[in-house]
Design a protein around this ligand. Structure first.
Ligand SMILES: C[C@](O)(CO)[C@H](O)COP(=O)(O)OP(=O)(O)OC[C@H]1O[C@@H](n2ccc(N)nc2=O)[C@H](O)[C@@H]1O
Ligand SMILES: Nc1ncnc2c1ncn2[C@@H]1O[C@H](COP(=O)(O)OP(=O)(O)OP(=O)(O)O)[C@@H](O)[C@H]1O
Length: 269
């Protein structure tokens, strides 16, 4: 069985406090974007994992698809499977591609072996694999709190808007980005602001707390954000801990000439 794990953008990202377990409490709005990997899981005589597309850094056995399989195998005595991952979503981008692959491996296994796990149960497993993973057990925008795994519905919609994602050739380590942050409590919660104001006013109210430190280290990212606004974006921001940025437009734009050397995705959602 095949699925198409999407990526996410973060509409706002407040890093609220550092926790005793080393993680940070945050507040964000995850929004799914159909820039996808391709993932196949089939029952087999012995376990196998193959990977094409962009090479994933690290050892194959550390791939989050394998970690996801091992988690459910141990809990539900699963038989062997063959997993194939075709990697398209840029890595080190703040787009959560690895997290999405992990969550979608859980979802495929749930379907293929009829495990009857509810979305909430799958989200519980996903949270053991990474803070962003639980979101990818859902197919709709969600507010994320806690370390990102405490999810609640939000009416935010970007339907009829045009989205462009730009990934400069810079890799940002999530752990390193968190290490550079001084947490803060915003005056008003993202949950309130994001529904109170229209997209064109978000730039005055909604921010990504990673931008200050990550832009300082990689000034080209600041210039990409400025170019997105200069091209007519209603709102532009870095996603997660970077290095991808996105712009939200009210009509299709051709940004290929503005960002000739960068990996891009654009479309309506
Ligand atoms: C930046 C975001 O993409 C925003 O959605 C996420 O918070 C990142 O989530 P993720 O990649 O799933 O992160 P994890 O794999 O759980 O953690 C990687 C590292 O990031 C840091 N980390 C992550 C999430 C969080 N809420 N607080 C943290 O401090 C920790 O140092 C952790 O060791
Ligand atoms: N299936 C996978 N796809 C991508 N990366 C994977 C995968 N499995 C393990 N990884 C490891 O996770 C690292 C981060 O990948 P990912 O694409 O999730 O980063 P990201 O876009 O910065 O996401 P996030 O914002 O969730 O940290 C990779 O550099 C790689 O070492």
């Amino acid at each position: 069985m095949v699925s198409f794990p999407p990526c996410k953008i973060n509409l706002g990202l407040n890093i609220l406090s550092k926790r005793p377990d080393g993680y940070h409490n945050l507040e964000t709005c995850f929004y799914p974007i159909p820039w996808t990997d391709i993932l196949e899981v089939i029952p087999a005589d012995r376990f196998g994992f193959t990977q094409t597309g962009q090479p994933v850094p690290g050892k194959a056995e550390d791939n989050l698809c394998i970690k996801a399989y091992e988690l459910l195998r141990d809990e539900h005595r699963l038989p062997p499977v063959k997993i194939h991952l075709h990697k398209i979503i840029p890595m080190g981008a703040g787009l959560g591609g690895g997290s999405s692959d992990a969550a979608h491996t859980l979802r495929l296994l749930n379907t293929v072996f009829q495990l009857q796990q509810s979305p909430a149960q799958l989200a519980g497993y996903a949270a053991q694999l990474g803070s962003d993973c639980a979101f990818f057990t859902q197919d709709q925008p969600m507010l994320g709190e806690g370390r990102g795994e405490v999810l609640s519905a939000t009416p935010v919609s970007l339907q009829k808007k045009f989205i462009a994602l730009v990934k400069p050739d810079i890799h940002v380590s999530t752990a390193e980005a968190y290490a550079g942050i001084t947490p803060r409590q915003p005056e008003q919660s993202l949950r309130t602001l994001i529904t109170r104001y229209p997209v064109e006013e978000w730039r005055h109210w909604i921010r990504n707390d990673f931008e200050a430190t990550v832009f300082k280290k990689h000034p080209v990212l600041q210039s990409v954000k400025e170019k997105l606004y200069a091209s007519g974006a209603l709102y532009a921001s870095m996603s997660g801990s970077g290095a991808a940025l996105f712009g939200i437009f009210d009509k299709p734009v051709d940004l290929q000439t503005s960002f000739p050397d960068m990996t891009m995705w654009s479309g309506s959602i």
